[in-house]
Write a protein that binds this ligand. Structure first.
Ligand SMILES: Cc1cc2nc3c(=O)[nH]c(=O)nc-3n(C[C@H](O)[C@H](O)[C@H](O)COP(=O)(O)OP(=O)(O)OC[C@H]3O[C@@H](n4cnc5c(N)ncnc54)[C@H](O)[C@@H]3O)c2cc1C
Length: 611
């Protein structure tokens, strides 16, 4: 076999080698080609259908390229500046189904990296390259940790408490933060911890009175939907007796504790009211109300960590203003306590809708769910066993997979082919839970498994909506305890009822709009300007050309954790797993800029959609 691009022979006589030696041989050839600056030869070491995902190692971007053209272009654009070297296998590679896969390390001119490769027939099929530390700016951990105590004698010295108090008193007042993180939910807090470790002066602000309030303020019955192994914050894992599904107030308390022990500079009760960027001074002017007092902050970089579930979508419905009962978006729903014996209408049939319906039903309300379009349902247990368990579970830990390793393996599957990994899982889930799905269909519930049957996580990546992880509410819908009207919308609202699009009138004391959230650049529109929001464009989604994720194909989530079209503006968010993992790359990008390292961005994403 010869490579169609270079005419070169395959990378190695791979079949005679152990998996680890095969990977080592590939790395050796790759290293040699890169060191010679021979882009063509390096490209020839990849399969024609390859994917290379780089998380700031070569590109100072989160970028996936495909095929020989993609690899060639990436290398041509980045090789000279990156100066990669010291490629070496890490641990033992493995082989199954004709694919050899394993870990490796490498260095660039300015950083150290780690990666994961999958080889087919001696050529690289998928490559992940990531940075984990900048040379000369390593985190002070392990052997490099600070001493804490200053032995010896010194007049008038400050102790830790005094130094902390001084830092807190100065930052944002007499000393400007380099980074301002707007939004101190779990995303902003985790990023704050990474920046602190890297010695980046950062301030995290949140409008709530206490860290963790974002979770506390959600409805009473809420527990995390994802299991504990998936949910750790950076650096400080939950204790090993932590519940599988953490109750919301408990996670709130954890975040508050985390903020304190990680020594974050965190201003609670501080709301950002507007911001603007001065292209000449390269500085932001951010207006905040700190406990009601106006104040201006002037950071160099601003991170919007305001939540991808942040800007509430509330439909404009004729007659809504005449309604005499209570109506609110799901994000404002306080819980079902006050609605015993009341007639509740929940518009929507995704996660929040199901949770709220169950909560209202438990509190004795008469509940009707209005399903406008089909929903993907997956039982929590099945999701844990079949979809997440291999990487995030007690079993995975026993198999030696740390959270960091699991995150990197997860990240090593290119988005373009990720659905092919998921489809068989959801086929299995459909078989396992056939009874539930049958009962739901019989109740008139409209089900789907994503446009291509790839299920929950792909829906989450593509559109961030359209699913419910079943923790019990499906039974209520299937057996009629929660009444269901599907294929309808609310056409009109009267003083005491909703009129549906099929003409049905339902009495109502409460209407909950579980109608989801808009794109995160809606925060930019609200706090900076519509022009800047349009300039950076839609956040999230892959351009998969599936429902609510219009093409063209982007290869990575739009705008998340990477440079945007607006200098010095960044977006951070996602679930606990994503925030934990991707905050590493965002923090390193910010640190590199603060230290004045050259960070040429390869393949800055184009904007195809305004929102
Ligand atoms: C019902 C439900 C269940 C969920 N279950 C899970 C789960 O199990 N696992 C999981 O990982 N995720 C879950 N999520 C998703 C969850 O919302 C996110 O993981 C998490 O909240 C995202 O954190 P974040 O910090 O990015 O955003 P948020 O938690 O939304 O934090 C944004 C912060 O910005 C602050 N803010 C807003 N406007 C301003 C302003 N102008 N100035 C200053 N501060 C401001 C808010 O007060 C808030 O604290 C769930 C979501 C919902 C709705």
């Amino acid at each position: 076999m010869t490579d169609t691009v270079t005419g070169a022979p395959p990378a190695a006589t791979h079949s005679a080698l152990s998996p680890t030696d095969e990977l080592a041989r590939w790395l050796e050839l790759f290293d040699a080609a890169l060191t010679r600056g021979d882009v063509q030869a390096a490209t020839g070491l990849f399969t024609a259908d390859c994917h290379w995902r780089d998380l700031i190692g070569f590109t100072w971007n989160l970028k996936t390229v495909e095929g020989h053209d993609g690899v060639r272009d990436l290398l041509a654009g980045t090789l000279a500046a990156t100066q990669p070297a010291s490629w070496a296998t890490e641990g033992q590679a493995s082989q199954a189904g004709g694919v050899t896969e394993g870990w490796f390390t490498f260095e660039t001119a300015v950083a150290r990296g780690r990666g994961y490769a999958r080889l087919k027939d001696g050529l690289c099929w998928t490559l992940l390259t990531t940075l984990y530390e900048l040379k000369g700016f390593e985190e002070k951990k392990g052997r490099a940790r600070i001493k804490g105590a200053e032995h010896g004698v010194q007049k008038g010295r400050q102790n830790w408490t005094e130094r902390r108090a001084q830092e807190e008193a100065e930052l944002g007042i007499t000393v400007q933060p380099y980074v301002l993180v707007i939004g101190g939910g779990q995303g902003g807090i985790g990023l704050g911890a990474r920046l602190k470790r890297l010695g980046v002066p950062a301030l995290v602000i949140d409008k709530h009175p206490r860290p963790g309030d974002q979770w506390r303020s959600r409805y009473k019955s809420l527990c995390l939907h994802d299991p504990v192994w998936y949910d750790h914050m950076p650096y400080l894992p939950f204790p090993d007796d932590w519940p599988v599904f953490c109750p919301k107030d408990k996670i709130g308390d954890w975040l508050e504790m985390y903020t304190k022990v990680m020594e974050l500079n965190y201003w609670s009760s501080t709301e950002c009211v507007k911001a603007k960027y001065d292209e000449e001074t390269k500085e932001w002017e951010v207006h905040v109300l700190r406990s009601g007092e106006p104040l201006v902050l002037r950071p160099k970089q601003v991170v919007f960590a305001l939540g991808m579930s942040g800007v509430a979508n509330v439909p404009q419905i004729e007659g809504a203003e005449t309604f005499k009962g209570i109506q609110h978006h799901s994000s404002q729903h306080p819980g079902g306590d006050a609605f015993k014996g009341k007639k509740a209408i929940v518009l929507g049939a995704n996660n929040s809708a199901h949770d709220i319906c169950a909560d209202l039903w438990e509190n004795g309300a008469d509940v009707t769910m209005l399903q406008r379009s089909s929903t993907h349902i997956v039982r929590s247990d099945s999701l844990m066993d079949l979809a997440l368990g291999g990487l995030y579970s007690e079993q995975a830990l026993e198999n030696g997979l740390t959270t960091d390793m699991a995150d990197l393996i997860f990240a090593s599957v290119p988005f373009r082919i990720m659905h092919t990994f998921h489809i068989p899982v959801y086929e299995e889930i459909q078989k396992r839970d056939a009874d539930l799905y049958e009962r739901l269909r019989k109740a008139g519930f409209m089900l789907d498994f994503g446009d291509d049957g790839s299920g929950l996580f792909m829906k989450y990546l593509r559109r961030g909506s359209g699913y419910y992880i079943d923790v019990g509410a499906c039974d209520l819908v299937a057996n009629g305890d929660v009444k269901l009207k599907s294929g309808v919308d609310i056409a009109r609202i009267t003083e005491h009822s909703v009129i549906l699009s099929d003409g049905t009138e339902l009495e109502a004391d409460l209407i909950v709009y579980a109608t989801g959230y808009g794109s995160m650049n809606g925060w930019v529109e609200r706090l900076v300007s519509p022009e800047m929001a349009a300039k950076v464009g839609k956040c999230w989604g892959l351009g998969s050309d599936t429902t609510k994720d219009p093409g063209p194909w982007e290869g990575e989530l739009r705008n998340m954790w990477k440079p945007t079209q607006q200098e010095a503006l960044w977006f951070h968010g996602g679930n606990l797993h994503q925030s934990r993992h991707y905050s590493r790359y965002l923090a390193l990008q910010l640190k590199a800029r603060m230290e004045g390292l050259d960070t040429p961005v390869y393949g800055l994403q184009e904007v195809h959609h305004a929102a």
